[in-house]
Design a protein around this ligand. Sequence first.
Ligand code: O7M
Length: 218
Amino acid sequence: MLEPDTRLIVALDVSPDRAVEIAETLDGYVDGFKVGYEVVLAEGAAGIERVAEVLEESFLLVDLKTADIPEISRSIVERVSEAGANAAIVHGFVGPDVVEECAEVLPVFVVATMSHPGAREFYDRACRDIVKACDDIDGVVGYVAPATRPERVREVRKITDKLIASPGVGAQGAAPGDAVRAGADFEIVGRAITEAHDPVEAAKDLTRAMRTSRPAER
Ligand code: O7M
């Protein structure tokens, strides 16, 4: 289910109606979709359900970047699971007890560090330790590491054989394929697709660019 093929995950940071429309149109053309606060704050778990219902081939990640104590984090992931998510995203800096609790409920991608410049201040320093601490946890299927700083993707890849999903392509400045070449399995792309005149063409262009990228040796 979470196997890389086109290597593209589309971030649907748009209204629930638009998220459903894009998901229906691109289902099967891309490996997966990611929904988060834009959809959930508009319609709650029902927004996740609406996107999940139209997907027949692509997977659905729910990105609430969960970062609470283990019990609360688990109940958030339970709700996300009931709504139809195939995997959840949990922050790594909260520690392996939180990650373990969530990963008992649903496959989890752990945020190892982030794509924005401020992540250099604190998050980057914890990146290696987060991956080392989470890698033996059953149910951790992968990590989120930034396409904007491929050296961080390489750092994560050196420690783990699990999946890596990398945001930051397009609007945040990374070129398609940069993260895959550094060892990522997926690139997460939002605005470059959702704000494109023709999201289908934009997604196809991106998948073509990624297909021609040679994945790094494992
Ligand atoms: O392509 P964009 O910049 O429009 O969108 C990027 C998406 O990736 C958006 O949904 C962000 O929430 C997400 N993201 C980052 O941009 N940076 C990160 O470090 C982590 C994420 C993410 O997906 O975390 C799971």
